[in-house]
Design a protein around this ligand. Sequence first.
Ligand code: NAD
Length: 432
Amino acid sequence: MTVTVPVNSDHVQKLESTQNETLNLLNSTQLIIKEAVQKLGYNDEMYELLKEPVRILTVRIPVRMDNGSIKVFTGYRSQHNDAVGPTKGGVRFHPEVNEEEVKALSIWMSLKCGITNLPYGGGKGGIICDPRNMSFGELERLSRGYVRAISQIVGPAKDIPAPDVYTNSQIMAWMMDEYSRLREFDSPGFITGKPIVLGGSQGRETATARGVTVCIEEAVKKKGMDLQGARIVVQGFGNAGSFLAKFMHDAGAKVIGISDAHGALYDPEGLDIDYLLERRDSFGTVTNLFTNVITNQELLEKECDILVPAAISNQITAQNAHRIKASIVVEAANGPTTLEATKTLDERGVLLVPDILASSGGVTVSYFEWVQNNQGYYWSEEEVAEKLRKVMVDSFETIYQTSQARQVDMRLAAYMVGIRKTAEASRFRGWV
Ligand code: NAD
């Protein structure tokens, strides 16, 4: 039996690796880190410390397959910097996982935790495998084997994993069980993204979309616009995009465009979001049910007030940035706008809310899950949503003010805010 894991699509992971047309994800991340560190007035030694993870472990995991053979998988766990506190970040299962990408994504997690002011540094893990061709039993043995292999460097006060591409709450449950057996006591705080009955948090499924919603509300205020009746285009109708479309619709905005991997729907009078949500499948596909579809590229250039790329990387590039009509772009996806396009949008006065801010609702609610596990007292969905709102409003405001005060675009401002806490903690500890 193969397991269905309706999490992030293939494309999402593949294209994250080419965030900038010419640079790989690690190089382009290091480029902005360098600029941010210089703007903050730190010396080259600080950049030397922050440009790479302090620790990366490569493991080989032997797994007995259903046919009786043993297959040895390669996995990684990267810890960018633990000066602020334990590291935190997801584990992805994908055939194209590689060391450079895991390193870069652990740096991104430090930035997100810095922006949202969580008491964590960034971490990330991955296993080179194709979960779509593995049975339930094989996936369980691989998940447990990975935890045994990395057990010395992880733990509730060391490094706390979470779900990512092609991993889900069932995989988190196996990993938590394996860790608890190794330590010989129940350890729900070892991992987040667990099923609710094992200590998962209310509101985690919608956390990313809720965080993006708050960013849109704040951006609209800064632009002196009104969310009521604002015309919104959302690229991608998966976990992030579909919940976001629903929240925007419920808030009185007019969602006039949505898309998926097969195409896009556009109606200047507004789409029937409830109907589309009802008809979409678990992979976020709905446009294949319609005949009047346009392409994703056409959708991005349509007349609208707010554009939310919530699908894959490299969608707004040097080729189309000057044709984007929206006055606000909020990046729900990872790396949807290239660095060149960021510059063009900024020059044209478009307010761009960068990915490391806009999509940080997920890690924030992961933090809430860990806090609830540690205290053994659980919050309602409303309490989680309210706490998340406060974190997102404060984070947005800090980055917006930094961008204004330092006369830099919102992406560089987000990197400056994101790296500052790690840099300060490293300095106080006497590391640099
Ligand atoms: P998902 O797999 O649930 O949905 C992806 C959506 O994008 C689907 O509607 C799919 O049809 C569409 N899509 C795939 N290929 C496409 C293409 N070539 N052109 C247009 N659309 C395409 O994924 P998700 O969880 O919603 O994540 C979307 C983005 O948001 C990713 O970049 C992801 O890394 C980022 N993100 C998600 C979360 C989260 O909690 N879900 C958190 C942080 C960042």
